[in-house]
Design a protein around this ligand. Structure first.
Ligand code: AMP
Ligand code: MG
Length: 408
């Protein structure tokens, strides 16, 4: 059996790189930068006020209260050539450029207007409530690096320095299909005996969507060698990667395995992991193919361990793996020491996890209730209650109800 780490490394090393493209920010979420980004100008671009209030010379406010003559009014976007002289102040709004001569801001809350004068009730030190040009980003600084994946905040950061069309890896197109004579569309009204609904395809489409690739949903393909072959050939010719579910284990009707063996360079691995021991990886032409096992939990775990990092590597991402935290396992478990075991766990408290339900590879309900996968490494056969384990988080979305939210 192949160790998971070795299998993962092999997949990542074999992934062909996706070509570069210039993509507008509005379409760039989830894509990976193909080059370092350098700030062409400082941010903020000019020294400005962090508050609504009065621009002053700090030395004028050394003893308070003090009255200063107000010589102007600066809304955001307006720049004044006036210079603040001793004994004067300019009323300015948050974001307006600090006028010459001023070295501090007094918040409007610490002032009283008296005709054309303002009484300052709190002393200001030089630099108070002032945002210096370049205080966030210096001109010429590397803002983001090649290999960084663009989340919403990164898009804002790029916009702030005028990089409206970053150079990224083009969005990959990934085909997904389910196999199996027993697999029926989710909207099947009444299941005939022996049939089950296709749980994997909606899940895989969702996982691919979350990753930010363009999904080509090829539906359900029955266990028919000819049909499977033509579908896979067509998918490989038109997509950057193909993901299949089912048909890669030891059964006679595990046709994905047979068809692939006849078509291209494909390897079938028994990976030392549970769930998701059977897994196929290879190439049809130059297109990578991931043959995931049919049991839904196995399919999801194999996606997380191979497809997600593999596609991120193809996009040129530096960071390939989900975050892991350490948490105490609330109850004891025994696992097979020959394999790395991924337990479906949910938070039971801060840094405490418990089993999220049944741990068999068909039990999707427990995976749905889980916040993460506790990773019990090869060589470990038992974990005692309270022992710390690594937990790989696969849900970045909300995990706490209003009742569970803390009083921040
Ligand atoms: P296979 O990998 O094709 O041998 O399938 C293993 C198990 O997963 C069998 O019990 C299948 O019925 C089930 N299975 C296969 N594909 C799916 C799917 N798309 N949705 C839900 N269960 C599936
Ligand atoms: Mg099958």
């Amino acid at each position: 059996m192949k160790r998971l780490a070795a299998a993962r490394r092999e997949v990542i090393a074999a992934m062909p790189r996706i070509a570069q493209a210039e993509v507008p920010l509005a379409l760039a979420r989830g894509l990976v930068l193909a080059a370092d980004v350098v700030a062409p100008h400082p941010v903020p671009p000019f020294t400005n006020s962090a508050v609504d209030g009065y621009a002053v010379r700090a030395s004028d406010t050394a003893s308070v209260p003090v009255e200063l003559r107000v010589t102007g009014d600066l809304p955001a976007g307006v720049v004044s050539s006036a210079v603040i002289t001793p004994g004067t102040a300019v009323r300015i709004m948050t974001g307006a450029a600090l006028p010459g001569g001023a070295d501090a801001m007094v918040m409007v809350e610490d002032t009283v207007v008296i005709g054309d004068r303002v009484r300052i009730t709190r002393s200001a030190a030089p630099g108070d409530h002032v945002r210096t040009a370049g205080g966030d980003i210096a001109a010429g600084a590397v803002v983001l690096r090649r290999g960084d994946r663009l989340g919403p905040v990164h898009l804002g950061l790029l916009a702030s320095i005028g990089v409206a069309v970053p150079v990224v890896s083009r969005r990959p197109v990934v085909a997904v299909l389910s196999t199996g004579d027993e697999i029926q569309p989710p909207d099947t009204a009444t299941l005939r005996p022996g049939m089950i609904r296709d749980a994997n395809r909606p899940m895989l489409v969702g996982l691919l969507g979350e990753l930010g690739v363009e999904v080509r949903d090829l539906g359900i393909v029955p266990d028919d060698g000819r049909l499977l072959r033509s579908t896979l050939e067509e998918a490989a010719a038109s997509c950057d990667a193909v993901v299949t579910s089912g048909g890669v284990s030891m059964g006679e009707h595990d046709l994905v395995k047979q068809v692939l063996a006849g078509l291209g360079r494909v390897e079938f691995w028994q990976v030392a992991m549970q769930p998701a021991k059977p897994f196929a990886f290879g190439f049809l032409g130059g297109t990578p193919l991931f043959g995931l096992p049919g049991n839904p939990v196995s399919s999801m775990v194999a996606f997380e361990q191979f497809v997600r990092p593999g596609l991120l590597a193809a996009m040129g991402a530096t960071r390939l793996f989900r975050p892991r935290i350490e948490a105490a396992l609330a109850e004891p478990v025994s696992t097979t020491p020959e394999k790395v075991v991924f337990l479906r766990v949910a938070f039971a408290g801060p840094n405490v996890v418990r089993s999220a339900g049944g741990q068999a590879s068909n039990v999707l309900s427990a995976l749905a209730a889980a916040d993460g996968l506790a990773v019990i490494p090869v060589g470990v056969g038992a974990v005692a209650a309270g022992d710390r384990v690594a937990v790989e988080l696969f849900r970045a979305d909300e995990s706490r109800t209003l009742a569970e939210a803390t009083d921040d």
